[in-house]
Design a protein around this ligand. Structure first.
Ligand SMILES: [Zn+2]
Ligand SMILES: [Zn+2]
Length: 166
């Protein structure tokens, strides 16, 4: 539980806390829709991932939770991550073996995302373009290859990092 979801709405909350509370609410909804349980552990892990605004590895999640007094076995965190992936509320960046919160929530219906991953600050954006996946599927099939592309990762520099480097 964050302050933002506590029982005292009069408490001043920062915009970041409000955003996080919204993300948690959406995640909770996604779990309910799939008849999965959004347990305390899953919520704790999700909050760490959603709070970073970038991608984060499982061991960093463990470390952050430990700082807050929640000591967990790595396997518990991995299981929570698996559940979050299954519910579609987080994604995995294959190239970094790191996770980030889905901020779109509109492609759970089967649309496949393109992940734009910043090499400098680890921020991740998602964009959609079924056309790219159609092209990959077609080219792969032309090469007698059975494609199983769920997403495409593109690494580079985000807007913030581009302006810093100018
Ligand atoms: Zn997403
Ligand atoms: Zn960046």
């Amino acid at each position: 539980m964050t302050e933002a979801t506590a029982k005292q709405p009069a408490l001043p909350v920062t915009q970041a806390e409000r955003k996080l509370a919204k993300a948690v609410e959406r995640a909770n909804q996604a779990f309910t829709e799939k008849n999965l349980r959004f347990t305390k552990l899953r919520q704790d892990v999700f909050e760490e991932i959603a709070a970073t605004h970038a991608s984060i590895g499982a061991y960093d999640i463990l470390a952050k939770l430990a700082e807050k007094g929640t000591r967990l076995a790595p396997i518990s965190v991995y299981r929570a991550i698996d559940a979050l992936l299954e519910a579609g509320v987080i994604h995995r960046l294959e190239s970094k073996n790191a996770f980030f919160a889905c901020r779109r929530m509109d492609h759970r219906t089967g649309r496949r995302p393109i992940f734009l991953s910043c090499e400098n600050c680890n921020a991740v954006q998602e964009v959609d373009s079924e056309g790219i996946f159609d092209t990959i599927d077609r080219l792969a099939r032309d090469a007698s290859f059975q494609p199983r592309v769920k997403f495409v990762e593109v690494s580079g520099l985000c807007r913030n990092c581009q302006s810093k480097k100018d």
